[in-house]
Ligand binder design. Structure first.
Ligand code: F6P
Length: 498
């Protein structure tokens, strides 16, 4: 069955929201808090280790109920079911979208189970030193060669879980920048390095160029026969990977129903397994699955991804905010925003709707940000006193990992007070100098999570995956294709041939 394809602007809810927007757009959130003392407790969702506080948004209860009506009118419920049922909802590529099934241990496809088993066996052999390089030495370094979804997801996760890392040094090369490749390999020992070539299609120019350069570098001291001890691949394209020289046993599978930017849950996550061990990888999957269940089964009003998506639609399409910032208060999540940028912008940066018509409303929010507190000393001035309205997601963790309470209290004090400052500004204060006035009334969500565990990270990533899907459904776009990047690839190839 196909996804419903309803132009959101034709719904009753949209028309009501347009009218409602004119009535509420100037309201100050500080007044809304004064008028309703229970606002904070009403606009909050607690789930597992997560607490979403969305009370600091420029909404009333009526806004929320109209947004929920919009979700109903575009048949979001049915769309969610179609995705989880494995219907071919990626219509332009004639594919199902089932990355969620990679993390569902209750009803896992046999080929996924087999792949996980292979990942476990392989990563354990590498970690325990049972897998030996061509001269009989243990592996010390793992290099992931991939780009886009074959790089950003695994890189982000293994960086975010640095606390759980073992002795292996894991590196990522993606850019077709020879300097970066040679800079990476210059300190590596061929005898003790494993290369994972990750490419769903095994046709991506950057990845093939980088893998070839690295293979040539490897063969300066090793022989063709040594390749099987040092090169493995993750791909759907078995013939291209074997043609490259990787033995069939060393190829981990991937399936066309896993989109590149949603593939870290598959064998694309092999570098994660090597870096933090298979059991932590499994925890990541389980955390994501728990979020899947929450998303699939909860009422929309209690559903974290749905509520976040609706709020984002409210700002994007009614307040005409073009961007939103994501600020994690932990250095571990430094790579989270670049990862999200691909997930969100490659998915929803679309100008044609699911009926093939040109779109005349805004889609695809621009996501940007960096870790707090660094971001406070970089671009927060613009959030606080700039002329643009930029909704912010603050992500924080109640407990630190190393247990330095003094630092964690400082960090979390900033986490809490920044959203307060954006809300209050200098509201009702007597300020003499105009440049010291902060209007406040700037929207934000706070997402407070107990601790940065592999499981909670899995839930957090899945939360944003589902948020972007909901937005795509409302905007009536196909979120799971990426035709927009194909033209550039073709032109680059053509230029090389000419
Ligand atoms: O940039 C487009 C894209 O197709 C992404 O969607 C994908 O993650 C990336 O290229 C890499 O593709 P592959 O894994 O096939 O090398």
């Amino acid at each position: 069955m196909s996804l419903p394809s309803i132009n959101p602007t034709t719904t009753e809810a949209w028309k009501k929201l347009e009218k409602h927007f004119l009535e509420v757009k100037e309201l100050h959130m500080m007044d809304l808090f004064t008028q309703d003392e229970s606002r904070s407790s009403k606009m909050k969702i607690s789930w597992n280790d997560f607490q979403l506080d969305f009370s600091k948004n420029r909404i009333t209860e009526e806004t929320l109920s109209l947004l929920l009506q919009l979700a109903d009118e575009v048949d979001l419920k049915e769309a969610i079911q179609l995705q989880f049922n494995g219907d071919k909802i990626n219509q332009t590529e004639d594919r199902a979208v089932l990355h969620t099934s990679l993390r569902d241990f209750t009803s896992m496809k046999p080929e996924v189970k087999r792949s996980l088993k292979k990942m476990k066996k392989f990563s354990e052999a590498i970690i325990k030193g049972k897998w030996k390089g061509y001269s009989g030495k243990q592996i010390t370094d793992v290099v992931n060669i991939g780009i886009g979804g074959s790089d950003l997801g695994p890189k982000m996760v293994s960086d975010s879980l640095a606390f759980y890392k073992n002795h292996l040094k894991v590196h990522y090369v993606s850019n077709v920048d020879g300097d970066h490749i040679l800079e990476t390999v210059k300190n590596l020992n061929r005898e003790t390095t494993l290369f994972i070539v990750v490419s769903k299609t095994f046709t991506t120019q950057e990845t093939l160029a980088n893998a070839t350069t690295i293979k040539d570098w490897f063969l300066k001291e090793a022989t063709q026969l040594d390749i099987e001890k040092h090169f493995v691949a993750v791909s759907t394209n078995l013939s291209a990977a074997t043609y490259f020289g990787i033995s069939e046993d060393n190829i981990f599978p991937l399936w066309d129903w896993v989109g590149g930017r949603f593939s870290l849950w598959s064998a694309v996550g092999l570098s994660i397994c090597c870096s933090v061990g298979y059991s932590n990888f499994e925890e990541l999957l389980k955390g994501a699955h728990e979020m899947d269940t929450h998303f699939k089964d909860s009422e929309f009003s209690e559903n974290i991804p749905v509520v976040l998506a609706l709020l984002s639609i409210w700002y994007n399409n009614f307040y005409k905010s073009e961007t939103e910032a994501v600020i994690p208060y932990t250095q571990y999540l430094e790579k989270f925003v670049p990862y999200l940028q691909q997930a969100v912008m490659e998915s929803n940066g679309k100008e044609v709707d699911r009926n093939g018509n040109s779109i005349n409303y805004q889609t695809g929010t621009i996501v940007w940000g960096n870790v707090g507190t660094n971001a406070q000393h970089a671009f927060f001035q613009l959030l606080h006193q700039g002329t643009k309205m930029i909704p912010v997601d603050f992500i924080g963790f109640s407990e630190s990992l190393h247990g330095n309470q003094k630092h964690h209290s400082l960090l979390m004090a900033n986490f809490y007070t920044q959203s307060e400052a954006l809300l209050q500004g200098t509201y009702n204060e007597e300020i003499n100098e105009s440049y010291s006035v902060f209007k406040g009334n700037k929207p934000s969500n706070t997402i407070l999570i107990n601790q940065l565990t592999p499981k909670n990270l899995g839930s957090l990533i899945a939360m944003y995956e589902h948020k972007l899907f909901v937005q795509g459904i409302i905007w009536n776009v196909f979120s799971y294709d990426q035709w927009g990047v194909e033209l550039g690839k073709k032109l680059a190839d053509k230029k090389l041939l000419s």
